[in-house]
Design a protein. Structure first.
Length: 297
């Protein structure tokens, strides 16, 4: 997977725009790379969906995710063509209703059109369009809905929405659990297809493996596996206390817990220093078949 991401970042189709992206600063590069990474991971979990959505394309090519990644990497390149005061206003206010800000998909599309594959370029134009008819692409472009929005743009659009809500321009980084819960709520949930939301939940866990958590009974633990059918209740390895307060010998033999198999009174309350007890959510209905799918792997 890492090699695929590296190859996308160095792809000649995207490399010609790296200089433009770098002009947008470190945050734009971070955001673009994250959206590319999440989009590709989602695409790899959506092979069957991509084949159904791209009926006019040979199935072997329809499920290929390279152009999803290329489009996602440069999706916000139009921001570099906005006046500095418009960018500064967005960074301060986070207001997407600004008509000038809403021109960045169109500006970006004009930059990449003819230089990258059309299925990648359309991501740049449509990544702020939503299936309920909300969103924007620029004053010269109609607001589309449902299947009229290219599937690659719908994938990258959800990845973009996730990262922007987790890293708002005018505030502190929010926990992944908070962001995922918000995307399930209305009206956000109706703006994205359940297939895409499911793919996001499969590849972006609320509590990533390797992170430190504290449980409701006071015990400390390290997340060791993501339970796809119950995202907020991962498999954890208990530890004697907070990191740095015990030796490896003291940690040896501590019990492992699959929280999804315990009563819901036992749950995560803190994650990487943040209180998250009120951010937890029950297994979304869209993940109802994930348990049987995992059993067949």
């Amino acid at each position: 997977m890492g090699e695929l991401i590296d190859s996308l970042a160095s792809n000649p189709k995207t490399a010609i725009f790296m200089g433009d992206l770098s002009q947008g600063g470190d945050e734009l590069m971070r955001h673009s790379s994250t959206v590319m990474y999440v989009s590709v991971l989602m695409g790899l979990n959506l092979a069957g969906f991509l084949i159904k959505q791209r009926k006019r394309v040979d199935p072997a090519r329809a499920k290929e995710v390279t152009d999803v990644g290329v489009g996602a990497m440069v999706h916000d390149i139009g921001i570099t063509r906005l006046p500095e005061q418009v960018r500064e206003k967005y960074q301060t206010m986070g207001d997407e209703s600004d008509p000038q800000w809403r021109e960045h998909p169109s500006l970006g599309y004009r930059m990449v059109h003819g230089n990258i594959d059309p299925s990648a370029a359309i991501v740049v134009l449509q990544h702020h369009q939503r299936i309920d008819g909300s969103g924007y692409a620029g004053a010269d472009w109609p607001v589309l809905r449902d299947q009229r929005i290219h599937v690659f743009a719908r994938i990258a659009g959800l990845a973009d929405e996730f990262d922007r809500r987790r890293h708002p321009p005018h505030g502190d980084t929010r926990p992944a659990a908070w962001t995922l819960r918000e995307l399930l709520s209305q009206p956000h949930g109706q703006r994205f297809e359940s297939e895409l939301l499911k793919a996001l939940f499969l590849v972006v866990p609320p509590f990533p493996p390797g992170s430190v958590v504290q449980l409701s009974d006071g015990r400390w633990a390290v997340v060791i596996d993501h339970v796809t059918y119950d995202p907020c209740r991962p498999v954890v390895q208990t530890i004697p206390g907070p990191p740095g307060t015990f030796s490896d010998d003291e940690a040896h033999g501590m019990p492992e817990l699959n929280l999804s198999e315990y009563d819901r009174d036992l749950h995560i309350t803190r994650h990487e220093g943040s209180d998250v007890g009120d951010m937890l959510f029950a297994p979304p209905p869209l993940l109802a078949n994930a348990r049987s799918a995992m059993a067949n792997i």
